[in-house]
Design a binder for this molecule. Sequence first.
Ligand code: ARG
Length: 569
Amino acid sequence: MNIKKKIYKELNKIFKYIKINKKYDYKIQQNKKFSDYQINGIIEIIKKQKINKEYIFKIIEEKFKKKKIFKKINIIEPGFINIFINKKEIEKIINKYTKIKNFGIKNKKKQNIVIDYSSPNAAKEMHIGHLRSTILGDSIANILKFLGNKIIRINHIGDWGTQFGMIIAWIKKYEKNKKINNIISIEKIYQKAQKKFSKNKKFAKISRKYVVKLQNKKSNVIKIWKKIIKLTIRENQKIYKKLNIKLKKKNIIGESFYQKFLPNIIKDLLKKKIAKKKNKTVLVFTKNKKKTNAIVIKKKDGGYLYSTTDIASIKYRCKKFNAQKIIYLIDSRQKLYLNQIFSIVKKAKYIPKKTKLIHYNFGTILNKKGKPFKTRKGKNIKLKKIIKKTISVTKKIISNKKKYNKKKIKEISLKVAISAIKYYDLSKNRIKNYIFDINKMLSLKENTGPYMQYAYTRIISILKKNNTNITKSIQFNKFKILNNTEFKICKEIMNLEEIIILSSKGYPHIMCHYLYKITLLFSNFYETNRINKIKNIEIKNSKLKLIAIIAKIIKICLKLLGIQVLNKI
Ligand code: ARG
């Protein structure tokens, strides 16, 4: 259903026919003024290849004319190619493809893709810093899966390290007889232990001993560690469930899992002369744009690090999952770090040549003053807290507007609030920072989640008033283009596949912008086409089908973004 793809295909055939084998960059754009689509950049190819301009234009014209879908082709000097589309053909395509599951969208290239996202640290509650990784990762995973890839979602939790020595030391010393059964008390212990660790040498020494005991799997120490992990996971799972995130317990392969591989990794990297020993520290020097950076992979005291684990995990993921791509959703501050890790595993040949390591970095969430969003004491805001706050604001707005019972209000507020948080994040270009502003997230006048949910319910209610629904109107009604707005909408419908593919490359905001565009077109269309009043049944059904298709697109896209639709608000 992708017109641009059809144009590319046709042009590629022509290039082959006239024996241009090199791949050139040219653009096909939707054109508002002069035609339906425009091809730009052909003139450069003509110059580079030194071919006769008239000759190539004549062939392009001839070949395009042969295809029914292209009505007319105009070539304007010096070399703009304008293409007009045959509306009858568009109608045919739309009537055919919208009946097929997911509109028949599929990607030919099916890969095993590992996505490392969310990945919070244990012994702490999840905070605002985990929001973007969790939301973006989940949605990109959904989109890649939709396109037919095999997706392995991994929650690389920070469940190992010296912090557990401190926490266990504290528990053993001060809380031996107390029952610890929630994450909040563990986090408090962690904070107190951290303070003491930095001030008190004796406590630090004991803590280190506990780290060794943990490494040697001493049963009474392991027991406490397991409990800490269990409580953290239980808490995180609650948040994932609320946010409608697909991470389950089975997706957790945390840092602790890789410990058994680490001694060999160090040995191997030393043997391959990739790592060097300095005093007792093991480090690797990597180069990036002529600058040399060092990264420690084993500490003087023999301890391994975050970096060592990441190296081991890449090797493991390639082998175990036959990963052709490993995607990381980690904030921009770890860009250099990840580049170092990637260059080490490549040098050490821990990954097949074809495997791609990709970092989708993202910006920070800011407060209204444009500063990183923290509590007054400078601590990270808990995720639980901002979710709760957003739900309560949503509840107030909804109860002021609607007369639902308490249960219904609760149910709707949850779905609307979560869509507000998620959509706002996804609709921003991920590289940039953004301001966390609940009122903006909930606005019905901007490109927001609630606005999309609202547009969807509007269409559902129109369909209902006309005794039909999405499936029925798509399956049984016949669609015909009756005016220019409808033709515009059709061209947007034809863009869906391209939008999904572009978004799958780490840019869900492209999908959000598309949704906004198509819902605005719908509003426009609905104002001038009062469907309920139309007498002619064929015309009415055709229009109902068009809006049903729009609703289905909203539903498909929101689902990929990890957002639920409502049938009624
Ligand atoms: N636990 C880390 C943090 O909270 C993020 C881990 C990201 N994934 C990874 N493979 N390094 O900052």
